[in-house]
Design a protein. Sequence first.
Lengths: 758, 282
Amino acid sequence: MDAKPAHNFKYVGRSIPIEDGAAKASGSIKYTGDMVVDGILYAQLVFSQVPHARIKNIDISEAMAVPGVVKIYQRDNSTQIKFNSQMWFAGQNAVEDQELFPEVVRYIGDTVAAVVAETKEAALAAADLIKAEYDTLPVVIDPEEALSGQVALHDSGNPFFTMEANCGDVEAVLKTNAGVVVEDRVETPKIHHAAMENHVCIAVPDHRGRMTVYSPCQIVYSVRLIVAKVLGVPYHKVRVIKTPIGGSFGGKQEVTLETYCAYFAKDLNRPVKIEFDRWASIVATRTRTKTIGYVKTMVSPEGKIWARDMKYIVDTGAYTSNGRAICYAMAKKLFRLYRIPNQHYQALAVHTNTTIAGAARGYGSPQVQTIAEINLDNAARHLNMDPVEFRLKNLVHPYDADPSGGPDLGNARIIDCVRKGAETFGWNAKWSQPKRAGRWQTGVGMACATHGNGYYGAYQEFGTMTIRMLEDGSIMLNAGLHDLGNGTVTAMKQIVAEVLDISLDMIEAPEADTDVSPYDIGCQASRVIHVCGANAMQAAEELRSLFIIEAAKILTCNEAEIALEDGRIWRNGNSGNTMSYGQMAAMIQQKNQVELIRTVTYQAPANPGSYAANFVEVAVDTYTGFVKVVDVVAVHDIGQAINTGFVEGQIHGGIQMGLGMAIAEDIDYDEKSGIARGSRFSKYHLVNAPDMPPVRVILIEKGEEYGPYGAKSIGEIATIPITAATVNAINHALNANLTILPVTPDKIMAMLTEQQNK
Amino acid sequence: MTGYRIAGFLRLEDVLREITQTSVRTVFISGGTDFINNGIGDKAELVIDLAQVADLKYIKDLGSEIRIGGGTTFAAIAASPIIKARASALAQAASRVGSVQIRNRATIGGNIASASPAGDSLPVLAAFTAGVHTAGSQGTRSLTLTEALNGLQAKEIITEVVIPTPGESRSGFVKIGSRSQVTIAKVSLAANIMYDRSKKMIIVGKAAMGALGKVPVCPLTVQQFFSQRVVDEHFADDLSQLLVETVDEMIAGRASRPYKRAAVKGLVYDLAGLLFDACENN
């Protein structure tokens, strides 16, 4: 354990190692792919090889002849119930346009059929022998081309959804022609989440007609909802168990394989497993939306932002999924970072014949804020102003209101982030360094970001937890927790340990299982620390109160006289006569006949902003276009770290992902064929360890009223500011305005070649 | 349906006996780095593991040539004092193949047998005019690199790579990928030259470019350029120009051409740095 942190907490703030780290590192943990179930069958989905077509005929005769094949599913012999894979609560208003086996396939990777067989090999061999005949339909890949509506993938048309959000009067201000107007078009790519564990699921039916689904998921109650719908059974007939996860980043937030797995298992009354390979995980699950932004910002000569007009074209791929929700989520962030009196946001969501988009770390936030922050750097450039100085003139202050009507920003410490980061990075000296001629050009860039802390203000935001002190003094926290590898379980234990003053070894906090975990809306929306953490804290506090009330009866004293420390309890003034929590809990059972248990439903009362500023130095090889990221300073306003090591880990990982979006990652669909060029890791390039820059993390810990011990979210915001900061640094290095992401070496060389030819 | 027998041997003669006797469809696995990814075993009945065959693993300096066993790993080649001293380009290429883990398994014979256009060792072997020795059920053969890359016979093993080293030469290897390490070459360049340091002049030399086609390209124009060429301030730009022409010729009309032709200059400057600056500073 590290040195005691500044706030005099005993457990909170400490870098306690993640509880399953050793099991993961040694390989002893059982992931879903490792799980063995008696009598299990294997399903292999057959994917569409064309981007848009009506299925004319499917020939399964050769496939059926493969020994070991049990059944082949296609539209004719399967349910045709429609659903939306991102629904996470009953009654949610979401367009239901997905089916297990659609009549019309809408992207390469859509599901044509599925083989269920006794072995994985047989399923694979048979799937290869299934021949589909298609009547091809017109294809649209480019989201801007989709806007015309000439190719509609669904009855909802194209664009299938538009929305606006406003404050002030942008049009009137722009008409005055008073300030400088800076316009940009910025494009962000479709991105794969690249979790190490591919998508996988097991469904096991039982003699009572129930279905147990083992899934490395983010929201068990969402899986239950959609699986029950597809199976046509009441919710209590479906049990969903969240299994150890090998990474998700939003990629496993939606319900993808679970529906197929459970449907086949129910039909055949045998356990069924589906395991995707990397190609399928990239092409046939979910992606980050491709987003094209048009931003027009009007600034005063002194550098105050007067107005901003933004239009975002959001490509959600072949089905609606979260296409509407993400437009709302994007809008929210854009009004909560700068004091912009007049702002207009418009989102147009389109379908294209590409992989379905969905949740991806940040839920639209990285896309829109990257676009906006690149434009802000250009605004600063037009004013001939230092981008740090420019931002400082405009950033929000603590306790500002959200001008678009969202929840208040809370203790928003972005100005602290920028000041501290600029100082640590040595911004002033680096920014003003004169350019030198030569092969390598260096540049610096920075960007800011905000993100939320749950759903308060948008959807119902609550959860329930049950906490018990067992008769030996150990603690069980039953909650719908989903640890995505980031340390959720350990962090919850730290909060409970802090409240109850008990060692972490005495606390167990199992992950979500719909049979035993109270309701919770899962790991999404950066809600877990701020909302679930507060829920755990309140539950622990109520348990502590109950323990004290019951102990006072045993010790025949006032509750105020009870002292608790380090797992021991005594009556004040009688510290020579202490008892372990376990001894006391056992006596409470024997004498008071009371179980030490509390079930607490927590309703979040706020949704403050988390804030961050990243500073980046790059060196660009003007002969090859290679970008070397030399230095990163990441400053985060997180209220209070519950586990400092986890927070730093999230930031390092977030920077790796955000750098990928800036300079490397793109699924990249061929405009004609609809084939994803980046469908394998040999073609889809992540920034790897040797190319990772040193990352200096600075945490601003000034507390937040409703966060547990003042904590705010980190998981999603960690990946947001780095992308724009890096692109801004490249543009600074090259005195360019590269705005089509990722800024790859070939784009840099094309720009430099064009410059030379001028 | 997949499923094959796998056999491992410690001696080459046992491998050769097995392949002469067996009549089933046989493939070889050595480091396994391509075998596993590309599903090479899918259609095989017998897979012979060469990874433990001790007499395929060696690096011998015979003065006028260096002989490398086909089963020698890139980790061994990268660390070899012989290779570093006498064919440094090969050590450089070996040290940039895949990741550390891959280099510990991947072999030079496997790199040739896989014949990926982006194979890192291939332009080096071309620049050195290396030969390839094989053994199989039909006996032994001596092949040029191009012959070996254009296809081995069934049940034929690369037993040895021969690198001619007639005199003291300087060599270098550089590549451009999407990342600095663990990256597949988009374009690579190797050169091997005889150099007169006092006159700052290349006496004779050969260069090869990788990832432009099925086999490395050794432009004749570059060989002519290298002949009696003084390394002056125009050297890198002149060489770049010749290589740009090679790119234009080799991959005309390809989508990757604009980038590759633009990035050649970076390769040449990196190569010149390896061949001259570093040595001159010693």
